[in-house]
Design a protein around this ligand. Structure first.
Ligand SMILES: CC(C)(COP(=O)(O)OP(=O)(O)OC[C@H]1O[C@@H](n2cnc3c(N)ncnc32)[C@H](O)[C@@H]1OP(=O)(O)O)[C@@H](O)C(=O)NCCC(=O)NCCSC(=O)CCC(=O)O
Ligand SMILES: N[C@@H](CCO)C(=O)O
Length: 313
């Protein structure tokens, strides 16, 4: 959380010069504090695991975050009980009149389908459009990132020759960007997808900025120039064994998956996998929640939450 110090304190200018967020007394006096409202649209088949992964990261801040879970349709989920869905998930019609400080849309194992072949493609487009007026900031993960880049910016993805699955080295592209505060020059992130979006297309788009990338995985963190939409093409929320669960799932289905890259010691799937992205995942979500949600969102959520977003220092 930001430190509040007198504007005239020398450390204030020094820390700002180091891209460390220091809240001025004047701004602190004007700041009201309330719980944040975050909505999670969970498209993953392993919904309970995904809920746990995201809540673990959202809980890693001193902020109180009220989380609501959203389902995309009323058809029974193949991998999550109706009891669970009915007990904990809301329908879109029940939330569309609300505003939220943050929205997270998860990945989905639909990369080998054309977007138009996804049964809920119309619903997803409706929710993406809705989010642009009803959420201060939206974090799109993996499949959702590709879907939103296509729907909002007409950036088409293509399918890789084979699924990328593993943990890959990434570099930050920008220096003084709040989302990257505290990042190392290099860090590791899991990826698990078929789809890819051209790095050059993203870098050339006037409304987007690529903040982090990987030689093997391509663009990883992409933000809209107005800092309202964050596209994350990997899975920083994954736990140590999520890639292993997918690998074993596909082995059992007779799909001959590749051993995830850079994951098992000696690439030996009988050994316990390394987990070297969890600090990154915690920092990424904490930075998003702080600088793109909490510092941006109006105290009164009932008004127009899209107006007057402050330039993120
Ligand atoms: C599809 C998977 C990954 C999982 O196997 P399952 O038997 O669980 O498949 P499934 O239950 O039929 O589908 C999993 C979930 O997707 C939903 N689903 C399936 N087909 C759908 C469609 N046309 N429209 C909307 N939702 C659909 C199901 O309802 C279910 O969600 P509910 O439980 O809520 O009902 C596997 O069979 C497989 O094909 N693995 C090898 C290929 C692979 O790895 N695919 C994923 C690539 S990674 C990826 O796609 C990421 C995105 C990207 O690549 O861009
Ligand atoms: N990569 C996941 C889907 C979400 O990215 C899977 O293989 O099931």
């Amino acid at each position: 959380m930001p430190v509040k110090v007198p504007d005239s304190l020398p450390a204030s200018a020094i820390l700002r010069g180091e891209n460390i967020f220091v809240m001025s007394e004047s701004r602190a006096l004007a700041q009201h504090i309330r719980p944040l409202k975050v909505l999670i649209l969970n498209l993953m088949p392993n919904k309970i695991e995904t809920e746990t992964q995201l809540l673990r990261l959202l809980a890693n801040t001193p902020l109180q975050v009220d989380v609501e879970l959203l389902k995309i349709h009323n058809r029974p989920s193949r991998h999550t009980s109706c009891d669970h869905m009915n007990a904990f998930y809301r329908e879109f019609e029940a939330v569309r009149g609300n505003n939220y400080d943050g929205l997270i849309i998860t990945g989905a194992p639909l990369g080998d389908l054309e977007f138009e072949e996804v049964a809920y493609w119309d619903e997803i487009r409706t929710i993406i459009d809705w989010s642009q007026q009803h959420a201060t900031s939206v974090l799109f993960l993996c499949w959702a990132a590709h879907a939103a880049l296509y729907h909002l910016y007409d950036i088409k993805r293509y399918l890789r020759d084979e699924k990328i699955s593993g943990v890959f080295r990434h570099q930050r592209v920008h220096q003084h960007v709040p989302l990257l505060r505290g990042f190392d020059d290099e860090f590791w992130v899991p990826h698990s997808r078929y789809a890819q979006v051209s790095l050059d297309r993203l870098k050339a788009h006037p409304e987007l900025a690529v903040l982090a990338e990987s030689d093997q995985a391509g663009a990883y963190l992409v933000v809209s120039r107005d800092n309202r939409n964050l596209f994350v093409t990997g899975h920083p929320e994954y736990t140590r064994t999520t890639l292993q669960d997918e690998y074993r799932r596909d082995l059992a289905a007779g799909l001959s998956p590749k051993v995830p890259d850079n994951y098992y010691p000696d690439d030996d799937p009988t050994k316990t996998p390394h987990a070297r992205w969890q600090a990154h995942g915690a920092l990424l979500v904490s930075n998003w929640l702080n600088y793109y949600v909490y510092q941006q969102t109006p105290f009164d959520l009932s008004g127009d939450i899209r107006a007057g977003l402050m330039e993120i220092e």
